[in-house]
Design a binder for this molecule. Structure first.
Ligand SMILES: [Zn+2]
Length: 270
């Protein structure tokens, strides 16, 4: 048994799954905003609601958080799953459950952009797709002005290449790979006074000072509005579909570069 995500270490078997949607089949007493049959997106982190951080509106920093598929908490890759009702967000009629599952990564993007104070006209560097040709071409097709395939191991050299390609230093960087190399590159590349947002998590001992947080803070309603109104189309990101019984094959596909997988859906009702 091995595996790590930031400060969390896998020590015993656990249920995976933290990007999920589902249909309500049972309600706890007192739940007023949902009905049986509602389709919902599940925000995977449920904080304690009692500590100072929760009470001052920074629940993503709560130390006593339940987070799906983060040791020791089980995830929601299963047929029936119980979750705090106030962290289940009802999906509009025009949204599919597939889109509902992608509310989670979209909410990460929205929260990261808010933290970076990105505004109209700002130049943005996003690190994370930069060693995979398929993901780079997808980034281009979904709106990136430029893409750069990383070929150097020197973060300063890469920062210079980025400035050459963009014609300027980015106002903000959103680092999604979780590698120390990419974190350092983002810091070197970003315009002085700009923001470097660390989304990806790799080693717990990164050579830059970090306070690890979860990447939401009430971004689900905005993510749902984005898809509902057609501002964002998450469907192109869904590359594969599997039934729950084929979960192992789904994970093999997700980790294979040759499969060109981006987001792999596992359907728990099949
Ligand atoms: Zn708390």
């Amino acid at each position: 048994m091995y595996g790590k995500c930031g400060r969390f270490t896998v020590e015993k078997p656990m249920v995976l799954g933290h990007e999920a949607s589902g249909t309500v089949v049972k309600l706890g007493t007192g739940v007023k905003h949902l009905n049986i049959g509602d389709r919902v997106a599940i925000e995977p982190g449920v904080p304690c609601r009692k500590c100072k951080l929760c009470k001052t509106g920074r629940y993503n920093l709560c130390k006593d958080v339940f987070f799906c598929a983060t040791p020791p908490d089980d995830g929601n890759l299963c047929r029936f799953y119980t979750h705090a009702a106030d962290f289940c967000y009802k999906l509009p009629d025009n949204m599919t459950l597939d889109e509902g599952a992608l509310i989670e990564p979209l909410a990460v993007g929205i929260y990261s952009s808010r933290r970076a104070n990105i505004g109209l006209g700002d130049k943005l560097l996003i690190c994370g797709a930069d060693i995979d040709n398929n993901r780079l071409s997808m980034a281009k097709s979904l709106g990136a002005d430029y893409t750069i395939k990383v070929t150097t191991s020197d973060p300063k050299e890469l920062a210079n290449q980025i400035e050459d390609v963009m014609g300027c230093q980015p106002d903000a960087t959103i680092e999604c790979s979780g590698t120390d190399f990419s974190m350092r590159t983002g810091i070197y590349a970003t315009y002085p006074g700009g923001s470097v947002i660390l989304v990806g998590r790799g080693s717990a001992d990164a050579e830059v000072p970090l306070t690890l947080t979860f990447c939401f803070l009430f971004s689900y309603p905005a993510a749902i509005e984005f898809i509902k109104n057609g501002f964002v189309n998450v469907k192109p990101l869904i590359s594969h579909h599997f039934a729950l019984k084929d979960t192992v094959q789904a994970f093999e596909t997700a980790r294979s570069r040759d499969s060109k997988a981006v987001k792999v859906m596992i359907h728990c009702d099949q």
